[in-house]
Unconditional design. Structure first.
Length: 150
């Protein structure tokens, strides 16, 4: 385990009882659509560009399959959840109780670090207007999108 594992575990363990602290890992830079690409999208982009080593690609494929089996893709429940016209800027955040999902994120963060791709860890009790929720995640329209339509 690398540096990101310790950071991740610290974020999970330091949550307060008073307010749920949702977690998200994303690029600090907006993409061409004006969004902040999440950790999985960032690693998948590296794979599409052919930049991953064999070991990194094996990790990505194995863990993407594991995540696909471990929790629900919100768009399979509501196909419009990520529709720009309906929910502009929609983004998924982990619930802090999703420790089994969060435990594997550090491997993705290590890949990004090895390729010099910035990724920041965010924490918020109120990341936006909730448009989807299950036991491990929420999908929200960030308040800035609701307020300004950025």
């Amino acid at each position: 385990m690398g540096q990101w594992h310790d950071v991740l575990m610290g974020m999970i363990d330091s949550g307060t009882e008073a307010a749920v602290q949702y977690l998200r890992f994303q690029s600090p830079h907006r993409n061409s659509r004006g969004h902040f690409t999440g950790v999985f999208g960032l690693v998948n982009n590296l794979a599409r560009e052919g930049r991953l080593s064999d070991e990194q690609e094996t990790f990505r494929r194995r863990n993407n399959r594991w995540y696909d089996a471990a929790y629900t893709d919100p768009s399979t429940v509501d196909p419009r959840v990520y529709d720009e016209a309906v929910n502009p800027g929609a983004a998924a955040w982990f619930k802090p109780s999703a420790t089994h999902l969060l435990a594997r994120v550090s491997g993705y963060l290590e890949i990004l670090s090895a390729h010099g791709v910035d990724c920041r860890a965010l924490r918020s009790a109120d990341p936006g207007r909730v448009i989807y929720e299950d036991d491990v995640q929420v999908v929200v329209v960030p308040h800035a999108w609701d307020a300004t339509g950025l």
